[in-house]
Design a protein around this ligand. Sequence first.
Ligand code: ZN
Length: 287
Amino acid sequence: MNRRQFLGSTAALVAAPRLVRRKRRSTRLVLLGTAGGPRPHVTRAAPAQAIVIDDAVYVVDCGNGVARQLVLANLPLRAVRHIFITHHHSDHNADYGNLILLAWAAGLRTRVDSWGPPPLARMTDLFFEMSTTDIRARTVDEGRVPLRPLVHPHDMRVAGPVMHDENVRVTAALVHHPPMVPAFAYRFDTAHRSIVVSGDTTPSENLVALARNADVLVHEALFDAAAVGRLVALQWPRHCWEGPDGAVRPWRPCARPKGSVPPPNEPDETLRNGLRRDTLTSPGRDK
Ligand SMILES: [Zn+2]
């Protein structure tokens, strides 16, 4: 073996993604980021999930740093097949375009479909326009396949079936996250398990129906004393948050009239211990 052959074989070993070596068929959920809100955090990443079915990667939401989080999770960027955006808050879409661009720069050569509320298609076009200089340079200098024809954005306005392929059937439900309209939750049914990602939502019967009999529900939980107080004041004006100083204190119903909406549950001990916003997962059924 000469030097070039040696370097080539070594590079191939280093570059070989774990997915390629895994032969068994499986569905995995990887939480790429669980820190909601637009501000970057020191130790946590912005919301994003990867559902990995055999060698194909389906990404749900694209918070800041999603491409790097995929790399850290040992998931090859070129394996991204579909991208789903729950809604257009920046903590869920800030790196939507970057994920596509960086995946292409990392070797993506296959079609990518993206799904989400309008104006996803226009956002895609504008991102490519913004990135024209880089895309053109890499296409010419590095011999990469043209990127724009690979990407197929889909504006979604209604709930129901989204897409299906040989790996998965995806269904969307409308959830309640004003002023983001529409906002979607997604359900992924594979041969191995069912996974639901709620995005951000207030209590939602549509989400309950979508998640029925699912194996896993990825759901964002919010606890910010001041913000919760403002929301409660809006939605339950006859209830009050006993904490003008921002301290964590129990909910106190304030002369709640009969038949009115009950207050949310008191925050549990985990949330009291400093978490402001977290992503919770809970199993739906054994399988
Ligand atoms: Zn949101």
